[in-house]
Design a protein around this ligand. Structure first.
Ligand SMILES: [Zn+2]
Length: 385
């Protein structure tokens, strides 16, 4: 797992509903994944996070960033993080985009032409996206990230299904699957990587933006909200006891009675007309199918924007020799399962403070970001999404 160093806040009601007092902003970190396929020697990246120089995104996105994102900071480009860990960009055979949004696409142009780019269904034939900016002035993709390299679009029509998702066996040996997980945007894909071999197979489910907050699919009847949140899960607080009774969280839960609260996700996918989901009912169906994976003791789920992952798990940044393959043996699924509760209001007090305040550039607060981004985005039309 790569900590792409991006920190941002977004307006919660564009992502989840119902709105809750004390949780108006979602905190987001951004992780990406380095996949090493030993039999073929191939390495690939699943997502790249936000390009460090986000002011060089296409104008349509600059306009949008300044308008709708309250805060954003990126200290390093993912290409720098790879190189610092002695992984040459030349050794990366492919970059897989879970989807084409700016906080996942990174700076593909920094990879050599031998690195192919892999996208989900429909992206290649979308006139809104390709050939990219500047040829297409309103595209959210930079043409420089695409041209001169092989662009592969995944086809999910082989008839292979995993759970309720259509699947593509990427290496043809059952080690790494891409999953068709529609709803957030055109061509959104998740990945399922086998982390230990049969007969005791385990998997990591790389969720991309199938949803943006674990409270959108937890708790469930399979893994109930515990009566007391285990010690160590919640940030230390002068206000609340540890272990913390779960009733402090279920109080504002819109459903009753309490027993049902303990088995029902805290949120649904936002159906707001300007929601972050292009097709909210399909996104909700994808999330409902995700719940079956979360219920399996053999699968550990990693959403791109789950802040808990970086709190507990090793990354390429700080432990380049470590990987996630032994997640089960290490108890990491349990360790990360309820961390999102820290973001939730409880006992009438708001959740965690914003993870970043304002726009940052080169390690310093960028006071004029909003007006500069708006100026650079002038003339672009559409949403860029
Ligand atoms: Zn995202």
């Amino acid at each position: 797992m790569v900590d792409t160093t991006a920190l941002m806040t977004v307006v919660a009601d564009k992502f989840v509903e119902p709105a809750r007092d004390g949780h108006e902003l979602l905190n987001m970190t951004v992780v990406a994944f380095l996949i090493e396929h030993e039999p073929s020697g191939q390495k690939l990246m699943f997502d790249l996070g936000v390009r460090k120089d986000f002011w060089n995104l296409p104008p349509i996105l600059q306009q949008r960033l300044g308008r709708v994102i309250p805060s954003l900071r990126v200290d390093k480009d993912t290409t720098e993080i790879l190189q610092e860990s002695k992984i040459s960009l030349k050794s990366i055979s492919s970059v897989v985009w879970s989807h084409y949004h700016w906080d996942h696409t990174g700076t593909v142009s920094l990879f050599p032409p031998s690195t192919s780019l892999v996208v989900g269904p429909g992206v290649k034939s979308s006139p809104n996206l390709l050939p990219g900016y500047p040829q297409n002035p309103n595209s959210p993709l930079n043409a420089s990230d695409i041209e001169g390299r092989t662009l592969v679009e995944i086809d999910f029509t082989s008839g292979l299904n995993i759970g309720e998702f259509r699947a593509h066996d990427y290496f043809g040996d059952g080690s790494f699957y891409l999953l068709d997980t529609p709803g957030h945007c055109l061509g959104h894909m998740c990945a399922l990587a086998r982390t230990t071999p049969e007969p005791n197979s385990t998997f990591v489910f790389l969720g991309g933006d199938i949803c943006h907050f674990p409270g959108a699919f937890r708790p469930t009847p399979s893994i109930l909200l515990p009566d007391h949140i285990p010690t160590g899960v919640l940030d230390e607080s002068p206000y609340f006891p540890s272990p913390c009774p779960c009733s402090l969280f279920t109080e504002p839960h819109p459903l009753s009675p309490t027993e049902e609260n303990k088995a029902t996700p805290f949120y649904n996918i936002s159906t707001d007309p300007s929601a972050a989901y292009a097709d909210p009912p399909r996104a909700q169906a994808s999330v409902n199918a995700l719940i079956q994976f979360d219920a399996s003791p053999s699968v550990c789920i990693f959403l791109s924007h789950d802040t808990t992952l970086l709190q507990y798990l090793p990354t390429l940044n700080n432990e380049p020799e470590s990987d996630l393959n032994d997640w089960k043996k290490n108890g990491w699924k349990e360790k990360c399962h309820w961390g999102w509760l820290n973001e939730m209001p409880r006992g009438g007090k708001p959740g965690r403070k914003p993870i970043v305040d304002g726009f940052w550039r080169d390690g310093q607060l960028w006071d004029t970001a909003k007006s500069e981004l708006a100026e650079r985005g002038k003339g672009a039309t559409g949403t860029g999404l």
